[in-house]
Write a protein that binds this ligand. Structure first.
Ligand SMILES: Nc1ncnc2c1ncn2[C@@H]1O[C@H](COP(=O)(O)OP(=O)(O)OP(=O)(O)O)[C@@H](O)[C@H]1O
Length: 262
């Protein structure tokens, strides 16, 4: 049996705004096992970021429950249960790459030697060994995003929350980072929650795909991937891959997601 990593039950979240209440999440029920790679896909405004932020205890649900490693999100946060990778790399320009990766370790009071070892290990995991002394602006966008992944990995949380980390990158860099991320996931056994707008990216990476629709944000389909663990990039041309992609597309249509745009 897969042990529970994240369990949401009838989770709803409504923001009070000047224009009245906005329901970002409506009645979301979802279980994510430890070691799963789960993608959240849906159009802008369907609550993907809000769901990630709720896991991270950055938002409080209006109703329903959610547990992270069997605890409240607040206790999980205090336990440093997760690393968070934002849409933009969000690196400090005045800090070198190694100093950026060191930041959470400094805050958590790791001894210098331990910091050094962890920085070396995580930079190696994301293929950035040798770039320790560079500044973020000296690296390409893809390298900057890898550095921010290294920072999220530095304190070795079991759970990695990634909010559309590769959205701003070109296809080729994105392909490369997708296969690197899969390798990293397989090598570390972490649980990954990954937000994306891209159907091929979601299908390529995930063990489970959560399709969402807006107004209000809800889950329209949960797809368990039947793809093998070993996934070369050209798996994206196989009938099995295309069948899963078609089901995701159908789920998006069922939520009237794209018809409403434009
Ligand atoms: N702090 C907030 N206050 C008020 N409304 C908010 C707040 N955060 C999000 N929302 C609203 O909640 C809904 C869901 O937003 P969310 O950012 O979770 O969507 P998303 O699916 O991640 O979108 P995107 O793909 O554009 O990042 C949107 O309508 C958004 O405007």
């Amino acid at each position: 049996m897969i042990s529970p990593g994240i369990s949401a039950s009838n989770l709803s979240l409504t923001f009070a705004t000047n224009d009245g209440p906005v329901t970002a999440l409506s009645d979301v029920t979802l279980d994510i096992g430890k070691g799963e790679f789960v993608s959240f896909i849906g159009p802008s405004g369907c609550g993907k970021t809000t769901f990630l932020r709720t896991i991270a205890d950055l938002e409080k649900p209006s109703s329903g429950t959610i547990t992270v490693n069997g605890q409240t999100p607040e206790n999980a946060r205090k336990d440093r249960a997760y690393g968070y990778v934002f849409q933009a790399p969000a690196l400090y320009p005045w800090r070198t790459i190694e100093k950026n990766v060191a930041l959470p370790l400094e805050i958590m009071g790791y001894p210098q030697a331990e910091q050094k070892a962890r920085i070396a290990r995580t930079l190696e995991l994301v293929n950035l060994s040798g770039f320790e002394k560079r500044y973020p602006w000296q690296l390409s966008g893809g390298m900057q995003q890898r550095a921010s992944i290294a920072r999220a990995l530095a304190f070795d949380a079991d759970l990695l929350l990634m909010d559309e980390p590769f959205g701003a990158l070109d296809e080729i860099v994105r392909d490369h980072l997708n296969s690197e991320l899969l390798k990293l996931w397989k090598g570390t056994g972490k649980t990954i929650c990954f937000v994306t707008h891209s159907i091929p990216e979601a299908v390529y990476l995930s063990t489970k795909i959560v399709v969402m629709s807006p107004r209000p944000g809800r889950v329209t389909d949960i797809i368990e991937s039947t793809l093998p663990a070993e996934r070369p990039l050209d798996i994206r041309e196989t009938p099995e891959f295309l069948a899963i992609a078609a089901r995701v597309r159908e789920g998006l249509r069922a939520g009237h997601s794209y018809e409403e745009v434009g």
